[in-house]
Design a protein around this ligand. Structure first.
Ligand code: SF4
Length: 185
């Protein structure tokens, strides 16, 4: 009985090779899989929402299960900016510069009411009403402050978005478009 079992394991039928050992995919899908499985956030925050962001990385909430516990200290090694806090007009150029220094493809989460719309300070002359005035935002998380669970939910939504993203295809199409326009001129 034991010998028969070993023979079955050692000699799979040809159709098993065909259907179980071959995976067909595209480079874009593999890259998207790698990206959403290991997002590296930038070590960055501007106000109180940051406390909840830090709590999300703690052992209790365990953000590392998404492969993203490594907060990077430089924008050049980060592909996710979690805007956690109020953005004042004085701070805005620094936020924009940090975003510009991040390599493509990069993603932004606006965490909390302040980053989304100015929050409780939206009438203040010194506060920007939403970080999307200076950089593109992928995911908005409501709340003042949002709980770590809300941030994790936002991260999961972002992962879904990256999963469907075809960055390479998009870039190739953009390049073809630029080349066509150059030819017309
Ligand atoms: S949304 Fe609330 S908790 Fe977050 S930075 Fe603004 S005031 Fe602070």
């Amino acid at each position: 009985m034991k010998k028969k079992y070993i023979e079955t394991i050692a000699k799979p039928k040809p159709e098993e090779y065909e259907f179980e050992n071959i995976i067909l995919t595209t480079i874009d899908k593999v890259l998207s899989w790698a990206r959403y499985s290991s997002l590296w956030p930038l070590t960055f925050s501007t106000a109180c929402c940051a406390i909840e962001m830090m709590a999300a990385a703690s052992a209790h909430h365990d953000m590392s299960r998404f492969g993203m516990e490594v907060y990077r200290a430089t924008p050049r090694q980060a592909d996710l900016m979690i805007v956690a806090g109020t953005i004042t007009y004085k701070m805005a150029p620094r936020v924009k510069r940090l975003y510009d220094q991040m390599p493509e493809p990069k993603y932004v989460i606006a965490m909390g009411a302040c980053a989304t719309s100015g929050g409780p300070f939206h009438m203040s002359y010194g506060v920007m009403n939403g970080v999307d005035k200076i950089i593109p935002v992928d995911i908005y998380i409501p709340g003042c402050p949002p709980k770590p669970e809300a941030l994790l939910d936002g991260i999961m939504k972002l992962r879904e978005k990256i999963k469907d993203d075809r960055h390479l295809t998009r870039k190739v199409n953009e390049t073809i478009k630029v080349l066509k326009n150059m030819r017309k001129k």
